[in-house]
Write a protein that binds this ligand. Sequence first.
Ligand SMILES: Cc1cc2nc3c(=O)[nH]c(=O)nc-3n(C[C@H](O)[C@H](O)[C@H](O)COP(=O)(O)OP(=O)(O)OC[C@H]3O[C@@H](n4cnc5c(N)ncnc54)[C@H](O)[C@@H]3O)c2cc1C
Length: 179
Amino acid sequence: MREFDITIVGLGPAGGTLSNLLAMHGFSILILDREKSFYPLPRAVHFDDEIMRVFQTIGITKDFLKYTIINKGTKFVNSREKVILDWPRPKKITDNGWYPSYRFHQPDLEKQLRKKLKKYKKVFIKQNSEVKKITNSKNHVDIVYTNTRNHKEYYVRSKYLVGCDGANSLIDNFFIIFY
Ligand SMILES: Cc1cc2nc3c(=O)[nH]c(=O)nc-3n(C[C@H](O)[C@H](O)[C@H](O)COP(=O)(O)OP(=O)(O)OC[C@H]3O[C@@H](n4cnc5c(N)ncnc54)[C@H](O)[C@@H]3O)c2cc1C
């Protein structure tokens, strides 16, 4: 059975960002995602200067910046187009060194995160891999996942596992309370 330092379940923006941050420190990382690629439609549309700072640490800002728009604000309207919240964002660099609000197209971000991950020799991305079961022990986590194409079952072990598997997280169901 192969062993990794960390297994990350889910390669959306959260999994992609965390994997990059951990890979920078030399950990061996297995990333499992059940889809065959990233989701091609936009969902998240905005992030702020703190998040840009994280992207700066990862080293994707140079390429990613050209896919962003500095956001001067957002108006939230109801079904009759009446403004219910006006949220202006000053176009002024903050103490974090970036603008307070950026708009983006989520697939562009996911592409940049994956491109950067490919540079790390100890990062292994497995698409079409759906995590089915995790068993927590004192010193490691055992993981069972299936290949969504041929339905074959695989077993891996890692020191840590992080759930980045979105709103309907499976990992949530394995929450453990330490006494
Ligand atoms: C219609 C729609 C509109 C949205 N609009 C906005 C918006 O305007 N602003 C905003 O901030 N957010 C929006 N969201 C939420 C948006 O999806 C999240 O902000 C963002 O995608 C969350 O990133 P994430 O990495 O946490 O999870 P996700 O992007 O959901 O990624 C989770 C990943 O985990 C994988 N996964 C799940 N279960 C397993 C498993 N058992 N085994 C292996 N892999 C697994 C999935 O395949 C997926 O790739 C919207 C969502 C939807 C559906």
